[in-house]
Design a protein around this ligand. Sequence first.
Ligand code: TYM
Length: 329
Amino acid sequence: MDTVVSGIRSTGNLHLGNYFGAIKNFLKMQRENNCYFFIADYHALTTHPKPEDLHGNIKQVLAEYLACGIDPEIATVFIQSDVPEVSELYLLMNMNAYVGELERTASFKEKIRKQPDNINAGLLTYPVLMAADIIIHKANKVPVGKDQEQHLEMTRRFARRFNMMYDVSYFPEPDAYNFGEQLVKIPGLDGSGKMGKSEGNGVFLADTPQEIRKKVMRAVTDTGPAAPVQEPTEPVKNLFTIMNVVSDQDTVKFFTEKHAACEIRYGDMKKQLAEDIIKFTDPIRTKINEILADNKYLAKVAANGAEKARESASKTVREVRKIIGYRSF
Ligand code: TYM
């Protein structure tokens, strides 16, 4: 049985990228493995959310997790900040993470570009906290989207470095895991880049059908293929990528053939895509609202999850302290 850890930041509602990049795999894994799925609300602090929003964001993401089908009876579902042991392991791991390698991380470089007024040390050490999240449960599998691949490589490196430094084989080196498929990157509706929480290019699981139709109809395309059997341009390819995960294969085939024959009408394609997204998200949205209304249930899930996660985390921290050389008097 594998031990699986994966998390999602609580900086915004879950979108199709989160679902098809990560959650879909959580659902497949939860029955047969020892799974820890959590809400990364320490990581969320790197963007400085307002205190009055923090709890609501966490609650929303927890409800969305559960509405997707993550089962807290079989997986350990918890909030990162309910497990303070992770901050101790983060501190310890920071001693073996080098500033040079952290500065070279793609996500850090991107943040410098995107938020030049807030290049905090938490952004620099973000991959160390993520590694601590994973190795604290000694996970060997981590279901994530393509964008987290480098962070996972760093996790492996930190685990390996710890083992070598103390001459132990304590931490496993965890693999990204997507059932033998390529790691997924769901693009946004803006014609370039990945779908994100704050990029303004996403379709959220909690969006109403009206919102979805509006967003999809506004998606960037091109002026149409100029010659038969021409490769779709980037923005159109992106729409096909989304269609591939939400629509049935006949629909994808139909529009692919229309494109290849130079007969495609993007308006028709978008209409179909919007309806297929709605068909997929509508039951989830109904569930989100049901779960959000049940505060008692959410509180119980969070408390049970925290207890189970702390049990595993505190064991690891105890053992790590011993390996490092801490002793009681
Ligand atoms: P986050 O919150 O940005 O995304 C959560 C998960 O969704 C995946 N994802 C995507 N997959 C495909 N296409 C997209 N457009 C897309 N957008 C997001 C991400 O790959 C991720 O699996 N650092 C992490 C959270 C984290 C974590 C961890 C994950 C903290 N600790 C430990 C795994 C293990 C993050 O910001 O993900």
